[in-house]
Design a protein around this ligand. Sequence first.
Ligand code: XBP
Ligand code: MG
Length: 251
Amino acid sequence: MTLRALIFDVDGTLADTEEAHRQAFNRAFAEHGLDWHWSASRYRELLDVAGGRERLLHYVEALDLPAAEAGRLRSRLPQIHESKTRHYCELVAGGAVPLRPGIAALLLAAERAGLQLAIATTTTPANVTALLAAAYGAEPPPPFSVIVAGDMVPHMKPAPDVYLETLRRLQLKAAECLAVEDSWNGLAAATAAGLRCLVTPNPWTAHQDFGGAWRRLDALVDEQGEPVLTIDDLRRALDERPAGDGIPTER
Ligand code: XBP
Ligand code: MG
């Protein structure tokens, strides 16, 4: 099968964004008069829940509060998440979140090789726009044919929804595409959608299990800053065993 498109996750893949997300959550909690503070270790646990709104709801449920108090807090979560998104976009606009090494070169090489580019993320569209604007400034960002964000589908990763919707909009088969992810729930979502997946973890996700990935790369560039994988390497991925069959991952 011929490779036609690369489908990129955003958070942790295009850029190591989760520290900025964590800070934005904590700023939103303070803004709303809540004595909540997500430490790095607690946030790493909470990252198992994809989607900021879903993560907030999971956190409130785990507080095990009296029903009336939990209900009042649940009703405030949309506003708290909106504040968080504003804080996050401010952090990104201030340059807090550069693209990961090798990502800009990979996107450009894929574009020049005639591949379509797409995004399948559980973050909000505003966050994607802010990240690309900060990364590319006055330059045009990569020509993503499709951007599917968390609020466009009913279920967050590890459900396959964002990837199935991305394939639908691309009008391509899973076997013609390769997903690029950073986390177990992203790998699970891509695999459930029938996609092979290149996993490039980050410090927030490096401890997770990536069994079933096509390949695991802890960096996309070598010590000299040269790409570790070429577009031809990615094309060959489709000739290898099908997605999710437990291909041993390289460390
Ligand atoms: C990672 C997520 C997002 C971010 C927070 O998304 O799960 O929820 O952690 O962003 P990706 P929001 O699929 O790109 O890895 O608060 O906007 O959800
Ligand atoms: Mg991610």
